[in-house]
Design a protein around this ligand. Structure first.
Ligand SMILES: NC(=O)c1ccc[n+]([C@@H]2O[C@H](COP(=O)([O-])OP(=O)(O)OC[C@H]3O[C@@H](n4cnc5c(N)ncnc54)[C@H](O)[C@@H]3O)[C@@H](O)[C@H]2O)c1
Length: 379
């Protein structure tokens, strides 16, 4: 049973995707969010947890709720195309939920890629859009290579800086191979996403690895509480000596494709994370490319490349060589076996307050040990 490798504690619970989805929809209905927008948010939060990216799943629900309840983000409306030329479009996100803006833009990019071979869409006035992979996944499901990027609130110390001025600005590229296999790189431009440190702290970690975070003055720390209590993230690569300047460059590259190109807020001027006194005005970028515009047989060659990589002799027989997307595939297979998503109770306990505040029932969960016991009975 795959799950035993990852979880073996009695504090773990299993929640069906249907329960989580219902909880999200219940919360969003209470704050008068457009039902169709709520569905789009639920899709991405559930998918995030299902893929194992707990940093951007239901643990972030209260942030979206606060944004809409406070009026900092709009719960109704439609994104609008401001300017369009051939394969490109510039979109005004109308301050709607990030997933609503992102889905609109990526669908438009795919439509353009069908016509022109490529579609490149940038949006201003958007909000936090969750896992970047969601949007690239849509392009990939249409046979395209998909890429997506967003800027975020400043939480990163650029190399040599004692001040935060960059976001964790994620990058995703998803490319279809054969028989449903794919390359799926979905990553922050920092060593880890900020939410991963939130999750680590909620799960009881007192130490984080080198290269992840820094204290309020930009000095490396291994204490998650110091990072979350006013500190920040290190760019991908960590310190200068280990190549952190490349992460700084990636954060800036994403900002150029997003905030600078879209005319939205950018860099240190984006509102602070989880504040609601002004709109986030995030910039985002969505690209779809039809690989068949180039050498025929892209999917087959990519499959050979993925297989060649996975088949490399590993350093440790217990740890096979993976390609981007494989860890998430393993996590989804585990969830499928369990018929639900596994959480440590401490990861979701803050949602009890949200349920109470909004006066909706908390989702129902099973104890992981009970689920495993049932499975071994039926083996
Ligand atoms: N919306 C936002 O503001 C925002 C900001 C930052 C990150 N994010 C999201 O957070 C999520 C987590 O980001 P992260 O950087 O912490 O992810 P991560 O470090 O867990 O994974 C990054 C990538 O590395 C791949 N990977 C992991 N282990 C591997 C291995 N051993 N071999 C080969 N490939 C491997 C994964 O498949 C993934 O594509 C992403 O979905 C990202 O889009 C969103």
């Amino acid at each position: 049973m795959r799950v035993k490798k990852t979880f073996n504690e009695s504090e773990e619970i299993v929640v069906s995707k249907k329960e989580i989805r219902g909880f999200i929809l219940g919360c969003m209905e209470k704050i008068d969010c457009d039902a169709e927008h709520a569905q789009q948010l639920a899709d991405i939060l559930v998918t995030s947890d299902y893929r194992g990216h707990y940093s951007h799943g239901i643990q972030r629900l209260h942030v979206y709720v606060n944004d809409i309840a406070s009026g900092a983000c709009a719960g109704t409306g439609t994104p609008k195309v401001v300017k369009e030329k051939g394969a490109t479009a510039w979109v005004d996100g109308a301050n709607l939920l990030g997933p609503v803006v992102g889905n609109f833009c990526m669908k438009l990019a795919v439509k353009k890629a069908r016509e022109f071979g490529i579609g490149w869409v940038v949006a201003r006035k958007s909000n936090h859009f969750g896992i970047t992979g969601w949007y690239a996944m849509h392009a990939m499901s249409q046979g395209m290579v998909g890429m997506a990027f967003t800027n975020t609130s400043p939480c990163v110390f650029p190399t040599r800086s004692s001040q935060k001025s960059l976001g964790s600005n994620p990058i995703c590229m998803a490319a279809p191979a054969t028989n449903g296999d794919n390359f799926f790189l979905d990553m922050a431009s920092t060593t880890v996403a900020y939410g991963k440190i939130e999750v680590a702290e909620k799960r009881g970690a007192t130490m984080i690895p080198s290269g992840w975070g820094a204290d309020a003055g930009g000095v490396e720390t291994h204490d998650p509480k110091v990072v979350l209590g006013g500190g920040g993230l290190q760019p991908l690569g960590g310190q200068e000596a280990t190549g952190g300047y490349k992460g700084t460059g990636l954060c800036m590259m994403v900002e150029i494709l997003c905030g600078i190109m879209a005319g939205s807020a950018f860099g240190k001027n984006i509102r602070q994370w989880q504040t609601t006194d002004q709109m986030a005005d995030l910039g985002q970028c969505f690209v779809a490319i039809d690989p068949e515009c180039f050498a025929p047989g892209f999917a087959g060659r990519l499959q050979t490349f993925l297989d060649d990589t996975r088949d490399l002799s590993p350093l440790d027989e217990e740890e096979p060589v993976l390609v981007a997307g494989d860890p998430e595939r393993g996590h989804m297979a585990m969830c499928d076996e369990l018929e639900g998503i596994v959480y440590k109770k401490s990861q979701v306990v803050h949602l009890v307050k949200l349920a109470n505040d909004l006066d909706i029932p908390m989702f129902r969960a099973k104890r992981l040990n009970d689920v495993l016991a049932c499975e071994s009975d039926s083996d």
